[in-house]
Design a protein around this ligand. Structure first.
Ligand code: 5GP
Length: 189
């Protein structure tokens, strides 16, 4: 049974870069692909970034009890499918998932063991710039994501670890998280 690591950060906070780097550093690790009703952004790939389904399909899966946790964020559904997570944890030593704070709290309620790491952006103005550069969101959506970011930072108190992701210091952030995970693997075997 693999170790589940939750990596959360506000939108544009660097989760993807951190997870991609960690995947190269840990053997037998995988990024968990969650399911969403949001339309793909430019460059997004089915089954790689997300499993993209319609809002109706998503609601059907909720009714069928397919999700361990799900959340409605910025007008779209996002969720962790139970069977996919079990399969991934059975296959890998380390499974990294990027869900937001409500999702982490729902994993707690469902008593799903995990280690939760929150990436804190150094500066909200720089975060806005990053989200804008990535593209695919309107100014109104950007505003909404920044408002959510503020409340997410406040709601992140009960994460196991919080790491400031300073602008231009991504390598240092990745090293810190690698050390946290190694330490956890060492003390829990
Ligand atoms: P984005 O639209 O930028 O890809 O994702 C929006 C937010 O949804 C991000 O904070 C991301 O971490 C979160 N998210 C992605 N998948 C899931 C999921 O399965 N469950 C929950 N609770 N949040 C998710």
């Amino acid at each position: 049974m693999g170790l589940l690591i939750v990596i959360s950060s506000p939108s544009g906070g660097g989760k993807d870069s951190v997870i991609n780097a960690l995947l190269k550093r840990f053997p037998n690790s995988a990024r968990f692909v969650t399911t969403t009703s949001r339309p793909p952004r430019p460059g997004n790939r089915e089954g790689v970034d997300y499993h993209f389904i319609s809002p109706e399909e998503f609601r059907n899966k909720i009714e069928q009890g397919k999700f361990i946790e799900y959340n409605f964020y910025a007008d779209n559904y996002y969720g962790t499918e139970k069977s996919r997570l079990t399969e991934s944890l059975n296959k890998h030593a380390l499974v990294l998932t990027q869900i937001e704070v409500n999702g982490k709290h729902n994993l707690d309620k469902a008593k799903i063991p995990h280690v939760a790491i929150f990436l804190i952006p150094e500066d909200l103005a720089k975060l806005a710039e990053r989200i804008r550069r990535r593209g695919g969101v309107s100014e109104a959506e950007l505003k909404e994501r920044l408002a959510i970011a503020k409340s997410e930072i406040q709601a992140s108190q009960d994460y196991d670890f919080k790491v400031v992701n300073a602008e231009g210091k991504l390598a240092a952030t990745i090293n810190k998280i690698e050390a946290i995970i190694k330490n956890h693997l060492k003390t829990n075997v």
